[in-house]
Ligand binder design. Sequence first.
Ligand code: ASP
Length: 308
Amino acid sequence: MNFKGRDIVTIKDFKKEEIVKILDVAEEMLPIAHGKEKSNLLQGYIMASLFFEPSTRTRLSFEAAMKRLGGNVIGFAQPGTTSIQKGESLADTIRTAESYCDVIVIRHPKEGSARLAAEFAAVPIINGGDGAGRHPTQCLLDLFTIRREKGGIEGNKIALLGDLKYGRTVHSLAYALSLFKTEMVFIAPSELQMPKEVVEECRKNGAKLSIKNELDDVDGIDVLYVTRIQKERFPDPEEYEKVAGSYRIDMDILKNAKENMIIMHPLPRVNEISPAIDATKHAAYFRQTFNGVPVRMALLALILGVIE
Ligand code: ASP
């Protein structure tokens, strides 16, 4: 297994055993991620974080990961303050950034932009989310969360609920879960169902999956993964209005829930999970948020080649 120097554009870049390896390293990173142990593993390394689209968790947890390991961070969160505003191309921005750093994390509203960046850069490119495409590092932290919360990934019945059409996190997660022995249920109004090619990829991997339009019951579900409707990706605002508010998790739904069912969400949440759920033992989404740090630490350390 060799991670050094690799681009991470999609979760498909990894074999199952490589995913497991990253999660194992993330486990070892936990005391450092919590700030209980200090580390200089990435001292002298610089990560550029180029965010062309809003982000809270991905950007901050990548930066925290780098800094917890003694590394440095440069970058921008508002492309409007850079030469992109003057018309500079993505290729030239990438060629510039790479001359100042050892690894680049990029988030961009256009699908395929991370792939394009990887073609231009000699330093590793990590996709921090490309449009409605993929979000591989979110996927790794989601798997890490399931493993920690449920004691393992395999054997779980996992429901993905919400905007499965435009939600990049669920595209990556569905694919990854199809590599493990899980049962998946895709639940979304028909307008927001999982793209055919993702369903096909999962089936090709032998996934056991079913497709539903409504969450009528949570009976038997071990992990309920809820997503936000990706309002900004709808080409037509009227189409958004048709599906807005079409699902919401509230206390009522929990009546039939398994005692140890967890609710996950990549966040931000808008109104698809009632805040009353936060205080229940089912809510795992803030622990999930934290898990971005150890997982991204593991990934950075492996890709920069300071651990094997
Ligand atoms: N934060 C996640 C993403 O960037 C989920 C979302 O925005 O709804 O894809």
